[in-house]
Design a protein around this ligand. Sequence first.
Ligand SMILES: *Cc1c(COP(=O)(O)O)cnc(C)c1O
Length: 382
Amino acid sequence: MEHTSYIELSKSALTTNIQFIRKILGDTTLSSVVKGNAYGHGIGSFCPMVYENGIRHFSVFGADEAYKLLSSVPKDITVMIMGQIENHQIEWAIENNVEFFVFEEDRLNKAIEVAKKLKIPARIHVEIETGMNRTGFDTKQLKTLFHRLENQRENIQVQGVCSHLAGAESISNYKRIKDQQAKFQRAQKLVKSLGWTDLNYHLACSAASIQYPKTQLDLARIGILQYGFFPNNEVLVQYLTKNKTVENPLKRVISWKTTVMAKKEVKAGEFIGYGTSFFSSEKTTVALIPVGYSDGFSRSLSNHGKVLIRGERFDVIGIVNMNMIAVDITSNPKIEKGEEVVLIGNQGDAEITVSSFSDFSALVNYELLTRLPANITRKIVE
Ligand SMILES: *Cc1c(COP(=O)(O)O)cnc(C)c1O
């Protein structure tokens, strides 16, 4: 059964974005970051589109996402778990060639134990702490760690060495990012000097690959750019300035749509919806739209949100309900039940962007997108 609203994913927009990323990255391998249910786009629908664009490397946060990914695309891909894998999921990962970050002893011990039992080596990426202070081995531990890995070569196949930057999208973090970069370079030198010369080094996310191109190294883990967004306006403005252009090279992949569920005339002098947040000072025509905060339409858009119908913008009036919003269509009362409503996307010449949407609700693109529930129907369009 279809959901009350649907998400459209544009193939041509994705191709544009991937071409742009490839141009930025040059020879560096692109790993498509599809954590958070592919930033709300839906792993099952989005990943096959990425695959069709020739991408064969994917990064997820957890083993559950790796599983979903592997059931959505052909098996000739590399899957990298950057975050959580429970000890009991390691067997599945090894058997399915799924690579994972190792940032502490316990996971390494378990990987060795399971690999020994299965007689298949675990493919790991050694994550090192460079200054984010989140996950990663201390650089002081590296010498001992790699000596140990040397003796575990039949159980552990080290694929890469990596770290993550603590906010490359903002110039206010410049010093910290530069320090992280330098620390990573020192670690890279050390590991190479221990005889590990054929590893993949990776550090960059979307922001870093644009703002600090030297961080691209062998592999870049790219999330937000694929979906057609710059990490923030600062990165976009910097990019445009540097390239002497005013044209955003990226295209939004996602649109979110539904239809008018019902209509009602409300006479002047009435409250509309729960409580007293909207008062009809004149006769008002209301369209009821079957989308609410349970669908990711934030409650903070109460009396603030906009939707498009017949290519025009209309105001959300009253409180965003769990499954419904009311829209004031007094200026165009001929709008009928069943007509298309755009929550994010284009209709005629009008557009509701994700960022205008998120500015209203004080959420950044990343958060707003990932709030879109997995059960909304996804449709692929050209
Ligand atoms: C999310 C994530 C990325 C990708 O970040 P974007 O800003 O979306 O490109 C890269 N690396 C790690 C470890 C991440 O968690």
